[in-house]
Design a protein around this ligand. Structure first.
Ligand code: FCB
Length: 438
């Protein structure tokens, strides 16, 4: 890697989410979430597992925060479990649930770590799902109430608040193909849900600002450029449509108050119902934009499709490793939108890690992945992208949604039977990187 340092105030951190690590699924009055229901449905999670214990972070948070500090990180991105603080998603607040996040924030303070909070990382209270979930506009209003309450209580203690994590996943994987909770498979539903997620984001920003929230407010989107497999016009068209459905579908409403025309035309009568004021609400000013990047998009219209070249290989999920895509993406976004400061809020690699005889976990593949993506960020910064920080996914091996515990994204290895944490080689490398060149 070039020896150029990152900007002085560039923020290095790690990321997690509530359902994936907390456990304590039935403790202290936590309500059920759609992921509890999904896990309890046979056949949905590859290894038949659930999130009731996960990494037991609910009880081990102090140890985990100390671990983050020991890595030399300055920031921690985590999410709040809505059903933990409001079991039914409306009405009574659960003080015991809020007390957990108080304790977590105290611990972060103790170590001088910045808190970066996400309100919704996919764990909708089941009670709201029973009333229609994200297909109902009422859920958007309940989400804004929840956001305002969190802003009132924690707005001065956290640095940033992101409304949603990866709304594309909630819409497409949760309602478009059924891989994720709540498990519907309908293009029309996915489109309507994506609109409601955006609407709820706008309503939440308004509500949080109305209570005088001091934290910086934004949203986290998963994004990637799409590359045509050949120079055939059909492939170029497919790549452009894929990009519109994946990236512009969220960026255009947020920055310009409209959906991209090509995507709308593609959806036809399956396009979402949009009410008169919706785009005005959605297009609230953003204090920051969070981007999650793992791999690129690849568009082929051949039958069977021409596979992506995967010159640098794939991760344990089968996702192509393609660091240049991150530079390309950031430059495209800078060209097309009036961007606020940007954070990479997730990036990392699933690897088939195991504890070796010497008690270490050797993951050279992950180190190389990180190194190349840091280079890709540097290239974007050099070309003028206002990138402010990076949150590695993830601190710990954890519950990887429908892959259960079979996929390991952590830089810290978790032995689920004993809950013992072991720093992987990549964790040592990250610490060294942050202290020497970060
Ligand atoms: C992202 C999710 C995160 C984790 C990583 C691997 O899509 O935001 O929770 O599952 O992928």
């Amino acid at each position: 890697m070039s020896n150029t340092r990152f900007p002085t105030h560039f923020l290095w951190g790690v990321a997690t989410s509530a359902f994936q690590i907390e456990g304590a699924g039935q403790e202290d009055g936590r309500g059920a979430s759609i992921w509890d229901t999904f896990c309890a449905t046979p056949g949905k999670i590859i290894d038949g597992s659930h999130g009731l214990v996960a990494c037991d972070h609910y009880h081990r948070y102090a140890e985990d925060v100390a671990l983050i500090a020991s890595l030399g990180c300055k920031a921690y991105r985590f999410s709040m479990a809505w059903p933990r603080v409001q079991p039914l998603g409306e009405g009574a607040w659960n003080e015991a649930g809020f007390a957990f996040y108080e304790r977590l924030l105290d611990e972060l303070d103790k170590h001088g770590l910045e808190a970066h909070l996400t309100l919704y990382h996919w764990d909708l209270p089941q009670a709201l799902q029973d009333k229609g979930g994200w297909l109902s506009r009422l859920t958007c209003e309940r989400f804004a109430d929840y956001a305002a309450e969190v802003a009132r209580r924690f707005g001065s203690r956290v640095k940033t608040i992101a409304t949603h994590n990866e709304p594309w996943c909630t819409a497409q994987l949760g309602h478009g193909n059924g891989q994720f909770a709540p498990g519907y498979a309908s293009t029309a539903m996915a489109a309507q849900v994506s609109h409601h997620l955006l609407l709820s984001h706008g309503l939440a920003l308004q509500a949080m600002r109305a209570v005088g929230c001091q934290a910086q407010l934004g949203i986290v989107l998963n994004q990637a450029p799409s590359y045509p497999a050949t120079d055939k016009p059909a492939d170029a068209e497919k790549a452009a449509l894929d990009y519109d459905l994946y990236v512009s579908w969220y960026m255009d409403p947020l920055f310009y108050g409209r959906y991209p025309a090509r995507a709308l035309q593609h959806l036809g009568h399956l396009a979402p119902r949009v009410l008169e004021n919706d785009f005005y609400i959605i297009k609230q000013p953003l204090d920051f934009l969070g981007i999650n990047y793992y791999t690129r998009g690849w568009a082929s219209t051949d039958e069977p499709p021409i596979p992506a070249p995967c010159k640098l290989g794939v991760n344990d999920m089968g996702w192509e490793i393609y660091p240049e895509g991150l530079t390309d993406l950031l430059l495209m976004l800078k060209r097309d939108y009036p961007l606020p400061p940007v954070y990479i809020t997730e990036n990392g690699m699933a690897n088939a890690d195991s504890l070796s005889g010497d008690g270490a976990v050797h993951d050279p593949e992950r180190i190389e992945y990180l190194r190349l993506h840091f280079e890709a960020m540097q290239a974007a910064i050099t070309q003028g992208v206002d990138l402010r920080g990076y949150f590695l996914w993830s601190l710990l091996d954890n519950f990887e949604w429908n892959s259960g515990y079979a996929k390991r994204f952590g830089i810290v290895y978790v032995d689920y039977a004993s809950q013992q944490r072991t720093l992987k080689d990549s964790a040592h490398w990250y610490r060294e990187f942050i202290t020497s060149r970060g």
